[in-house]
Design a protein around this ligand. Sequence first.
Ligand SMILES: Cc1cc2nc3c(=O)[nH]c(=O)nc-3n(C[C@H](O)[C@H](O)[C@H](O)COP(=O)(O)OP(=O)(O)OC[C@H]3O[C@@H](n4cnc5c(N)ncnc54)[C@H](O)[C@@H]3O)c2cc1C
Length: 438
Amino acid sequence: MVPGRGGEYRGLDTGVMEFADDFGHIVHLQPRAVERPRDAADIVRVLEHAKRERINVAARGRGHSVFGQCQVDDGIVLDMSGLAGIEVNGDTARVGAGVSWGDVLRATVPLGLAPPVLTDYVGLSVGGTLSVGGIGATSFRFGAQTDQVRAMTVVTGTGEIVECSATRERGLFDAVRAGLGQIGIVTRVDLPLIAVPEQVRHYRIPYPTIDELLSALERFVAERKFDQLSGVGVIDPDGHWTYHIDAVFEGVGEGLGKAGLDVAGVDITPASYLEYGTRLDAAIEQWRTAGLFDAPHPWLDVFVPGPALRGFARTVVRSLGPRDLGTDGAMILIYPIAESSTPLLPIQAGRGYLFDVLRCNVGASSERVDELLRDNRSLYEAAMQVGGTLYPISAVCMSTQDWQRHFGSQWGPLQRAKQQFDPHGIIGSNYRAPWPRS
Ligand SMILES: Cc1cc2nc3c(=O)[nH]c(=O)nc-3n(C[C@H](O)[C@H](O)[C@H](O)COP(=O)(O)OP(=O)(O)OC[C@H]3O[C@@H](n4cnc5c(N)ncnc54)[C@H](O)[C@@H]3O)c2cc1C
């Protein structure tokens, strides 16, 4: 137990087992304890204790990782849900790192404001997505969520509470955004807000082939007629693929005319901005009820350069059958992304795409999951061959050499940041580069 702590402590007998699991249900690492800090000072105390005990500390936002990214073997998990609070001041929201993006939306949309980039599912924590990147349907306009952060408060491995931004403590700011929770614990974030309308129109536009979907996606990105864009593919039990684009026009006025679309076959759904932003909450609840939430989710997520997208997409679609992807709660998702300014986020220069293989393998044995992990590795290598990189929310086993290649020119700066901000190697889950420990 951490002496002098202010947060809540849970020992092994009082239900930490949920912290030895995540949305992937593949990796299970049992922590020694779980702490629910209420503020940065609580985290400092936990880190001091961990340093004395020579154990690791990993933050957990909402546990929606799929491969143990928020788990730590025999260490302390920080349940960040106590780091709450949302204050809106002009065009900035100051939020606790444990709040969800849905909480942020519910606080800002009534004021006609929202963060520029939202993940599709907004039940993820702000600290959790900023530790990986955060890509959504507006990323072709605004990049990743990590590109859009104004400032952060971080507790470093040396127990300092540091405010950082692009103009202050830049080294820490650059190492924490998309830093996979390895450099510091984020406690508070300043997010920019942009004006949003009350209403949106959602167009669900079907395509017979992946090639036609990709052509349309490229065209929509170039034409800028829609405000939100993503491509979706699902497979039925007979192996037949269907594709559509989810395109959103923010506002009510020009609608289809602005989009210049043939209306045939297109589902058009008007919704309030908030309803649309939180639309997956209900779907996720249905997944829970249907048992899909508890199935293994060996997801693969890669960034692919624009010119290579078509070839890579064909490879994926050819290689996946219904048993590989799953037919319920499973899909491929494609997001166009603008160039990113986050140093640790390996999105290619120019137009890049996030390509998600969101598997849901109901009833899969652990041997079958191992096969799917090997498939992920093959697809990851296929992506690398065409200049692609890993989005490390994935279920892919990584060696030290893999991490080195993954971070490329950022490997040196990241090592130096680790040495500077967490010299005793306390912070981080087991899914990471093996840092030297002093
Ligand atoms: C249903 C679903 C939908 C998703 N949709 C999208 C999407 O649209 N776009 C997208 O980009 N991703 C998406 N993801 C992936 C998701 O963004 C990442 O897995 C994210 O890290 C999960 O957030 P979380 O709050 O659950 O974090 P956790 O899984 O709890 O933690 C993830 C990582 O962040 C670290 N971390 C968490 N909080 C902090 C903190 N305060 N300080 C430092 N480190 C911290 C953890 O240690 C861990 O390394 C989705 C995942 C799921 C399951």
